[in-house]
Write a protein that binds this ligand. Structure first.
Ligand SMILES: O=C(O)c1ccc[n+]([C@@H]2O[C@H](COP(=O)([O-])O)[C@@H](O)[C@H]2O)c1
Ligand SMILES: Cc1cc2nc[nH]c2cc1C
Length: 346
């Protein structure tokens, strides 16, 4: 699988952007992180006047074979299906935040264990009715995994035709913090105990049991490369997000990375093409304990720290106003010259 992603250039345009930022009517650096975001988005869009166009969040839903055992997840598998209906009725947090922040929202059935009616406002992309239980066998075969990556890429390709230049991804899948923990362990080599967390709300004993189960899973499977790891431990929603992230970078979109599960998809995407990270903005630090370590591994700083651990793309949705403010100050603030404000005396 090949994605052509140009690295961001550290050229003359970057210098001009920095000059423009520094000449706004404020002390040098006084807008802090907003300045960094403006510089990154300007560099991605290759312009001194970057704009956030049609920000969109795609929420991928998928079920996990292991969740049927009810050991690693406090909520039952059916919640994935029930939450998909909630998304379609506009009642979930991501619906509300998308409305608040004027974000286009689409829901995708990547692999939910339910046969949805065809006439729903849902993108039907089901690869299978949930993954297999990786305690017994790999979650998916290589063909299913590649199909999911391709589908995610295709959905972003579609969005690019609607002039979307800013995109975030969300997920819904009971049991998927276990997949994310296994993928994190595979890529970062962190001990599995540091990758496993409470998910939707396990207590200390529950986390211990989850860690034990996932340690056994690691003894059973020894994937040979990141794609095989994705097929063995992943979910269909995670694999689709891998393809979606890579295609978004190919289209030079600004990619808003959500929480623990979406970041695990990014870890795999980076193994496929390392340039992808240049296009990513990290929305928030999730309260899922492994997320902070993932961000440290990537050597990146999240914009927000709201103690959120919901998923659905809610962290990404909360970051959109920050992105808008960043491009707005760059485009609309006066410069020292235009406002007749004196610069610092040397
Ligand atoms: O995004 C996060 O950081 C995050 C952290 C913890 C849980 N979640 C959500 O919770 C679900 C998975 O949790 P679990 O306990 O079933 O593995 C899944 O639907 C995710 O969207 C999401
Ligand atoms: C209710 C509920 C909503 C969610 N949204 C994302 N993951 C979730 C998990 C649960 C359990």
């Amino acid at each position: 699988m090949k994605f052509t992603i140009s690295p961001l250039l550290n050229n003359n345009l970057k210098e001009k952007l920095q000059y423009k930022i520094d000449n706004k009517t404020k002390p040098i650096g006084a807008l802090g992180v907003l300045e960094k975001v403006a510089l990154q988005i300007g560099t991605i869009q290759e312009t001194l006047e970057p704009k956030i166009k049609n920000p969109t969040i795609l929420v991928f839903a998928g079920d996990h074979g292991i969740a049927q055992e009810g050991i690693v997840n406090p909520y039952p598998q059916e919640v994935t299906t029930q939450m998909v209906y909630n998304f379609l009725q506009g009642g979930a947090a991501i619906n509300v935040f998308s409305e608040t922040n004027n974000i286009d929202l689409q829901i995708i059935d990547a692999g939910v264990n339910y046969n949805f009616e065809k006439n729903l406002p849902l993108i039907h992309a089901k690869i299978d009715f949930g993954t297999k239980n990786y305690r017994l066998e790999p979650a998916m075969n290589n063909e299913q995994c590649l199909k999911a990556i391709k589908k995610g890429a295709e959905l972003v390709e579609d969005r690019s035709k609607n002039e979307v230049n800013t995109i975030g991804f969300g997920e819904m899948g009971i049991g998927n913090t276990s997949s994310a923990a296994l993928l994190m362990h595979y890529i970062t080599n962190e001990p599995i105990e540091n990758c496993v967390g409470a998910g939707t709300g396990l207590n200390a004993e529950g986390i211990q049991n989850k860690t034990k189960v996932l340690s056994e899973v690691l003894k059973k499977h020894h994937p040979n490369n990141p794609l095989e790891a994705l097929a063995t431990f992943g979910g269909y929603e995670i694999a689709m997000i891998v393809g979606a992230i890579l295609k978004a970078a190919e289209h030079k979109m600004t990619i808003i990375i959500d929480g623990f599960i979406v970041t695990s998809a990014l870890l795999i995407a980076i193994e496929i093409n390392k340039n992808v990270i240049d296009y990513c903005i990290f929305a928030h630090s999730s309260n899922e304990q492994g997320h902070q370590k993932m961000l440290e591994y990537l050597n990146v700083k999240p914009l927000l720290n709201f103690n959120m651990r919901l998923g659905e793309g809610t962290g990404a949705a909360m970051a959109v106003p920050v992105l808008r403010a960043s491009t707005d100050f760059l485009n609309h603030m006066a410069s020292f010259e235009s406002a007749g404000v004196s610069t610092k005396s040397e």
